[in-house]
Design a protein around this ligand. Structure first.
Ligand code: A5P
Length: 234
């Protein structure tokens, strides 16, 4: 059995090779992104000069603790390179489901503002169809969330309000709720994304369609870099 953390770390360490001095970086959220922040901090400690916009309070705290200089969109509208994990990566298209860690809104804003968006995963995340290993997270306003859930249900999914371990409603960094929506296999991610975001009360959803520049995948056989269209390099 492969050690998943070792694979996540391997993908993260490979991603650091794409970072150049002077870059404005987007820092993702989640356990794989945390390995990237750790690896980046080591390079910053050796003199690499970058500035980073984090996608969550959690990542901001980690980066700050490790000495990575942080910025916000107030100073930089354009990000050179964002690095983030994913919950599912569809082979060939490299479309993603993100947000099972709850940071999808900021993650998508950062990805959208980035010239390059590199995804880092272990091979457990690769799927033939999105939606097959778990729910699609949808961030919604607290007000009227029940009506928003009903509207989502009419798209043929089962929405469930995310709760913390203590049974409280999970709150995103933006103070919104998350409805985890079980669609099963998502045949047309572009259309699903469009229909979800057309619902009043939806803030954003976890489908990242056509956003990945490359996906770095670590498996027991080594690290591969996938680009859309199925090109692979090592
Ligand atoms: C956070 O909201 C998510 O989008 C994460 O990027 C995603 O859940 C991957 O997390 P792990 O790297 O912990 O699997």
């Amino acid at each position: 059995m492969a050690d998943r953390d070792e694979l996540k770390r391997a993908a993260a360490e490979r991603a650091v090779e794409f970072v150049e001095s002077g870059m404005v970086l987007g820092l993702g959220t989640g356990s794989t992104a945390a390995f990237f922040v750790e690896a980046l901090a080591a390079r910053v400690g050796q003199g690499l000069s970058v500035i980073a916009i984090p996608t969550s309070e959690r990542t901001a705290a980690q980066a700050h603790r490790l000495g990575i200089p942080l910025a916000s969109f107030a100073e930089h509208r354009q990000i050179d390179l964002a690095i983030d994990g994913a919950d599912e990566v569809q082979r060939i298209s490299l479309d993603l489901i993100k947000g099972r860690g709850g940071a999808l809104l900021r993650e998508k804003i950062v990805a959208a503002a980035s010239r390059r968006f590199i995804v880092i995963v272990d091979d457990d995340k690769l799927v033939d169809r999105l939606g097959t290993t778990g729910p699609l997270p949808v961030e919604v306003a607290q007000f009227g969330w029940q009506a928003t859930a009903d509207a989502l249900e009419r798209l043929d999914c089962r929405p469930e309000l995310r709760r913390t371990g203590a049974g409280q409603s999970f709150l995103t960094d933006g103070g919104n709720f998350i409805l985890d929506c079980r669609f099963g296999s998502i045949e047309n991610p572009v259309e699903t994304e469009r229909r979800i975001n057309a619902i009043v009360g939806v803030v954003e959803n976890g489908l990242f369609v056509g956003r990945s520049s490359a996906v770095i995948v670590a498996s027991e056989d080594g690290v591969e870099i996938l680009t859309s269209g199925g090109t692979v390099s090592r």
